[in-house]
Design a protein around this ligand. Structure first.
Ligand code: GLV
Length: 311
């Protein structure tokens, strides 16, 4: 079995896969083209197009991340090769922590205290009842469902929204257009964790941001394309004018790295992190990659990515 790996720190992944599968040939994409040729599997994150195009006998592609948007948009992606993606693989807990941090930031008025400190202003804010502070999670895949569960366990009424109906203990699950409107009209904070597909692009547009209650906040550890960034800036209020929304914690952007001239950097009520909410934990991910490779080799039926759905 020949596996070619492409990701930052590919050497570490190569060594870990080799350790688990000592009889396999495991190469990184840095190997000479003739050695890389005729691979059985690619295990890749943001691979260059040529790496996909040059292969002739692939049995499977493993996406070394949760989102398959980059892979599915790579020119020359073979259409008949099954694709697996990491499902949670330790990213869920990391993103749940990130989200909980963001929710508590707004819930406990840390955004306001940061401003007060700049003004040397001593002004406590009342703490609302948690039961009166619902949080909504858009996207209930492996990561979204864990995030919604953690929020519920932390005492926040948790609402979740997905394309198709879902059931999650402790989470009020909604679906469809009317479900989305219902969620948005009720939550103090909305968390975007949908995959980037034709249907989800700019799902949080001006109209939907306006549907959030006055003073609600937005957390985006998912994909930048989910939010109309210009509409978000307008909803947050510009040039010192207060807006409909209170603040945003953003980890992902339409263009990454976020260009230095982008107005989001300067907005006083926006907190920016550099796509770090859910770095892939190597050990958990390797276990999943190995189980996929074994299942592929054993001819087992796998829950592969549906390229038409985009996830
Ligand atoms: C990271 O963004 C991922 O999709 O895993």
């Amino acid at each position: 079995m020949k596996i070619v790996v492409h990701i930052d720190d590919a050497d570490q992944w190569q060594a870990a896969i080799k350790k688990a599968l000592p009889h396999a040939t495991v190469l990184t994409s840095e190997a000479p083209a003739e050695e890389r040729a005729h691979a059985d599997y690619l295990a890749v994150w943001k691979a260059p197009a040529h790496l996909l195009q040059e292969q002739t006998q692939l049995k499977g592609i493993i996406n070394l991340g949760a989102g398959v948007d980059y892979l599915l948009n790579t020119p020359g992606l073979p259409s008949n090769v099954p694709i697996m993606k990491l499902r949670d693989a330790g990213m869920g807990e990391l993103i749940a922590d990130y989200t909980l941090y963001g929710v508590l930031h707004f819930y406990r008025s840390m955004d306001r205290y940061a401003q007060h400190q700049r003004d040397a202003q001593w002004q406590p804010h009342p703490v609302p009842e948690k039961s009166q502070w619902p949080v909504g999670v858009l996207g209930l895949g492996a990561i979204g469902r864990l995030v919604a569960t953690r929020l519920s366990q932390a005492g926040f009424p948790a609402l979740g929204w997905s394309r198709s109906p879902k059931e999650i203990s402790g989470v009020r699950c909604l679906h469809g257009e009317s479900g989305l409107n219902e969620l948005l009209s009720q939550v103090q904070c909305v968390v975007a964790l949908l995959p980037d597909t034709a249907e989800t692009q700019q799902i949080l547009d001006a109209k939907r941001l306006a549907a959030l209650p006055q003073g609600a906040s937005v957390i985006n550890p998912g994909r930048g394309s989910l939010i109309d960034e210009q509409a978000l800036l307008e909803a947050l209020g510009q040039d010192g004018q207060p807006g409909h929304l209170r603040g945003a914690l953003l980890d992902v952007f339409c263009e990454e790295p976020l260009p230095a001239s982008h107005p989001l950097w300067q907005h006083p009520r926006v907190t920016i992190t550099p796509h770090m909410a859910g770095p892939t934990p190597l050990n958990d991910a390797i276990d999943q990659v190995i189980s996929y490779l074994r299942a592929f080799e054993a001819g087992e039926t796998l829950e592969t990515v549906n390229p038409d759905a985009g996830y």
